[in-house]
Write a protein that binds this ligand. Structure first.
Ligand SMILES: NC(=O)c1ccc[n+]([C@@H]2O[C@H](COP(=O)([O-])OP(=O)(O)OC[C@H]3O[C@@H](n4cnc5c(N)ncnc54)[C@H](OP(=O)(O)O)[C@@H]3O)[C@@H](O)[C@H]2O)c1
Length: 216
């Protein structure tokens, strides 16, 4: 499968590329293609040193959309609208939102847009035929990047398109010991996104690092 990552030069984009690029072709998107090419080469070299062959090409964000069978929107919520505005070609694509709109004062809090969640805001900004799936919201990018570490977590997946949800769940289940959990329709994405400020606060108040979740 080809997986395009819009904003792929960032933390979670690079982390996902580290874990998925040996099984799939990653098209790492950026506003600056050179930046993405550099990041892609770093990932290939780091994996190569561990004897893992990978495919990760630097690209523009538009190329990541055009070439991806699945497109991940790996940008901060505050840049979502500006990032999507110039991009075209999302029709019929599976689009994954790992986006968590989070505010920070003395503590972290969920700060959803008027649509109810970041994933629902994504849906409102894309063509009707785009199949929006929320996933990868609750695992820290550091965990994705440290490829020697086992990922023994749950990944809650929400979508209104059952086939797209299944495909993303299969993708999740390929990685380490991750277990995809069907968390219902996209309307439930607000609950999944709001777990992230909870785990940030748990990390902060209990002096823990990269807290994750597991549903058993
Ligand atoms: N980091 C995590 O541990 C983690 C875990 C789960 C979910 N998430 C979610 O994943 C999303 C991405 O998080 P991240 O930590 O990977 O973000 P990030 O590293 O801060 O940024 C991702 C990419 O966004 C682009 N960007 C930066 N400033 C921008 C601007 N002003 N306008 C448009 N694009 C801009 C950059 O790509 P270019 O400069 O190359 O264009 C950057 O590499 C967030 O919504 C977050 O809630 C993050």
């Amino acid at each position: 499968m080809k997986i395009g990552i819009v904003g792929g030069t960032g933390h979670i984009g690079q982390g996902l590329a580290c874990r998925l690029s040996h099984n799939h072709e990653i098209i790492l998107g950026s506003r600056e293609k050179d930046k993405a090419s550099e990041a892609g080469e770093c990932i290939i070299n780091a994996l190569n040193e561990k004897g893992i062959k990978s495919k990760c090409t630097g690209a523009t964000n538009q190329e990541a959309v055009d070439e991806g069978d699945i497109v991940v929107l790996s940008v901060n919520y505050k840049y979502l609208k500006a990032t999507l505005e110039p991009l075209k070609g999302f029709e019929d694509k599976i689009v994954i939102s790992p986006i968590n709109p989070i505010g920070k004062g003395d503590y972290f809090y969920y700060d959803p847009p008027k649509e109810g969640s970041a994933a629902l805001a994504v849906k409102s900004l894309l063509p009707k035929s785009a199949k929006v799936v929320s996933a990868f919201n609750n695992i820290s990018a550091n965990k994705w990047k440290h490829i020697d570490e086992e990922l023994n977590y749950s990944v809650a997946v929400c979508s209104d398109d059952e086939d797209a949800k299944k495909q993303v769940m299969n993708l999740v289940n390929e990685v380490s010991k991750l277990k995809a959990i069907d968390a219902g329709p996209l309307a439930m994405s607000s609950v999944v996104e709001s777990i992230t400020p909870l785990i940030f606060n748990i990390a902060k108040y209990n002096d823990m690092k990269d807290v994750g979740v597991k549903f058993i």
